[in-house]
Design a protein. Sequence first.
Length: 262
Amino acid sequence: MNRDLPLQGKKVLVTRNKAQAQSFGKKVKDLGGEAVLTSLISFRPALSSDRAPQFQADIGQADWLVFTSVNGAKFFFSYMEDHGIGISAASRAKVAAVGEKTARYLEDRNVRVDLIPERYIAEELAEALRQKVGRSDKVAVLKGNLSRDVIKETLTPFGVDISEWVLYETVPDTEGLRQLKDAAAREAFDFVTFTSSSTVHAFMSILKEESKRWAEKGTSFISIGPLTKKALSEYGIPSTMPEVYTIDGMLDAMCSISRKGE
């Protein structure tokens, strides 16, 4: 096998949202693999227009803006644009991002990121914030409907004023679920990848028993981080988790598994 193409001959099922799956699939292809894309979840706006004045006032008073995902950042900018709110409205706030991809998205839009945790999970972000924020500081958390309340639960006991803004919600992708059924009926996969626990649950609603058989036959399941790994384990599916909780980390893990199997 060509060492520059460690996924040569490998078929990878990418279960990521349609808008985000293309880049993942291209990276698989660049490593010699074949990616099959099935979008199992989609996202839609959750914050109503009548809350725009309150939202603008809240971020204007915040000492910190906290972004728990790239989607949170995307919907933040979309909501701001749709309601004529300039980013200058939040100029006094420092910014925290859960990981490098979220930080990059923000910085590409001229927002300086002041804090990124060493590990890209909510607990690490909350702990990093705890060491930075002052008592009575105001923190606005920009999140989705499935995001946990880790930051609020961690910081509130220290007197930090927390507001949470649910900017988007996660819903099943009906067409993608149908495509998953079709793909499972005709394909065999070397790797199945998951980038969120919500995707795991959507997948298992269709292919729970099939997944167990795939695992027994040698399919490797790749989870992006601890919560996704935990979700898979609840269905009895072991998975490999990268050291760095990113797409590139997942690709490195697949390459390592592939090379060991040579």
